[in-house]
Design a binder for this molecule. Sequence first.
Ligand code: NDP
Length: 323
Amino acid sequence: MRAIEAEKAGGPEVLRLVDAPLPEPGPGQIRIRHEAIGLNFIEVYQRTGLYPMTYPARLGQEAAGVVDAVGDGVTRFKMGDRAGFVGGSSGAYAEASIVPAERAVHIPASVPSETAAACLLKGMTAEFLVRRTFHVKQGDAMLVHAAAGGVGSILTQWGHALDARVLGAVGSDEKAKVAKAQGCDEVLIYGRDNVPERVKALTGGKGAAVVYDSVGKATFDDSLASLAKRGMLVSFGNASGPAPAIEPLRLSRGGSLFLTRPTLFDYIATTEELDESAAALFEMVGSGKIRIEIGQRFPLDQVRQAHEALEGRKTTGSTVIVP
Ligand code: NDP
């Protein structure tokens, strides 16, 4: 089968197409024939070495397709079922992968595999961020960074569905249109708007109850300064580089603030949590409260171009790789 490897840590040029044997599932595992593969920023960190791997490394965290081989002892899936996964596989940038059955989820009939691959990782991230890291309630002002991106698009729509007041921050006027269409009440543009000042002005001087910051280094200080008293900064990504170290006293001076740095895999650590998170997401997608926009598609042998687009801030919504 065809698969993509990073031969070493580095730029997009380290990604290469390889011919690999079709893997066979061991006990408790299933093989999924991919119909679509999701592209996620975490794979950029794994490729650059920010999140170190043993190289050469198979990359890819998320895919959806059809179960075409089942290992001994598996009762959760049978041949022909549609399944998706996030993490824990033999590498999603491939035509098929092996996953422990306990770490795969069933995809409902109403959700096409391409949609599942475009939303499982990003959408379960949005689920835990708005429901479990900070419990978003009606009327809460929430600031979403990179609001037209993959996670940002879903987070925005989820916040809107909860009747929060969603303030989005984006890098361009075109992305501002995307963010508005997804339910942002107000959109701020990096480099043009003073983010904390605008957030304060838009919230009657109070600031945001929660800031979801996936950009990291470039936005961290503005995010802290945009919070209301006892607000929470959820720093969950490093698209511009890792957020800096801070002294706890800064949280006190900022108004008794909370700071957390969560990661999806700690919120779907058990199979029960995984199933519940996926069910909540599929309910939002199936009911039409959240639309999954696939902004761009790339064939498997063009993963390099997909990485260049994602890192180059040229994508909107989700990006799918077609095996
Ligand atoms: P996105 O589609 O959001 O792409 C990243 C976006 O970040 C860009 O489009 C860009 O939007 C913005 N950005 C701002 N500054 C930079 C920069 N210097 N370089 C690159 N991009 C920049 O990606 P994903 O949806 O895949 O992921 C979003 C974020 O969420 C990532 O940081 C990822 O690591 C994080 N994440 C964290 C998880 C967790 O469990 N903690 C799980 C899943 C994702 P613009 O042009 O509008 O500024």
